[in-house]
Design a protein around this ligand. Structure first.
Ligand code: UTP
Length: 287
């Protein structure tokens, strides 16, 4: 199989986040903290843990706080050390040294497909992982979602969509796969429908993780605006000669959705030694 090593990940984070207004007027959706850690830091950690060497974050002028968050601040580190908080100094140093991070601007929010096209130069002619900035996925029993998709790519050599089955009632929210042959967790993709209003072709929904081969850029360049007037990644994917989906293991939290965010805060707090007792007692009392 002719595959190249997957070295780069792209995190699209330039969207407007209208579902989370008014907070997203003042703070990037991807910076919303799950307790004390911004969502985008989880995404960068997922990439690093999957063996990625360079992370490319897509932002807009309005979201430059993300650049500042990943910048090293040695004066702040020194201040924390002088105040006897070396542990906090280490936390903020680690953020800036976790990975090689570069930024690409998307000047107009013309959709996810358009955002990915903005990284053409930065990615170059190699396969890359896409981790949506507002989709947090946790696999508590093994490899993270990005690692699972990268390994799937090494088996097929094609672009891979990360999917899971969703309830039929919510298929209208997602890109839905028209499946061909299914082999364990691999699903041959015969077509896709973005946010089907009726008759979804299956319950396999694309959920925030994609492994893309570089031929996607040519397809994106020739993709007209689709659903919602946006350039849809889904439309470009269906133009590829061969595409597979992989039914990944993990629990997904849509941080751009209010209930998805609340679920993440509750679940993550119930897993933390410093919070779980207090929070579970509190939730029990309230329900
Ligand atoms: P979403 O569709 O969930 O983000 O895109 P959105 O457009 O910000 O959300 P709403 O519907 O207005 O609330 C998934 C990811 O793709 C990025 C977003 O930042 C998010 O992380 N995105 C989306 C871009 O980078 N550019 C775009 O033009 C659209």
């Amino acid at each position: 199989m002719n595959t190249k090593k997957v070295r780069k990940a792209v995190i699209p984070a330039a969207g407007l986040g209208t579902r989370f207004l008014p907070a997203t007027k003042g703070i990037a959706k991807e910076m919303l903290p799950i307790i004390d850690k911004p969502t985008i830091l989880y995404q960068v950690e997922e990439a690093v843990n999957a063996g990625i060497e360079e992370v490319i974050i897509i932002i807009s002028k309005a979201k430059e706080e993300i650049i500042h968050f990943f910048e090293r601040d040695e004066r702040y580190e020194e201040y924390l050390i002088s105040k006897n908080h070396p542990e906090f100094a280490k936390i903020i140093k680690d953020i800036a040294t976790l990975a090689k991070i570069t930024f690409v601007y998307q000047d107009e929010q013309k959709g996810l497909g358009h955002a990915i096209l903005c990284t053409k130069q930065a990615v170059g002619n190699e396969p890359f992982m896409v981790i949506l900035g507002d989709d947090l996925i946790v696999n508590r029993s093994g490899d993270n979602a990005s690692k699972q998709l990268i390994d799937a790519y090494y088996k097929t050599g094609t672009s891979i969509l990360g999917v899971q089955t969703v309830d039929e009632k919510v298929t209208y929210k997602y890109g839905i796969v028209r499946p061909g042959e299914i082999n364990e967790r691999f699903i041959e993709v015969l077509g896709m429908v973005e946010k089907p209003k009726t008759n979804p072709p299956s319950r396999y929904a694309a959920l925030g993780r994609y492994l893309l081969t570089p031929d996607i850029f040519d397809k994106l360049e020739h993709t007209e605006p689709g659903a919602g007037g946006e350039i849809q990644l889904t439309d470009a994917l269906t133009k590829l000669d061969c595409l597979y989906a992989y039914d990944f293991v993990g629990e997904r939290y849509d941080i751009g959705d209010k209930f998805g965010y609340v679920r993440a805060v509750i679940d993550f707090s119930l897993e933390r030694e410093d919070l779980k007792e207090q929070v579970s007692e509190y939730v029990r009392k309230k329900s």
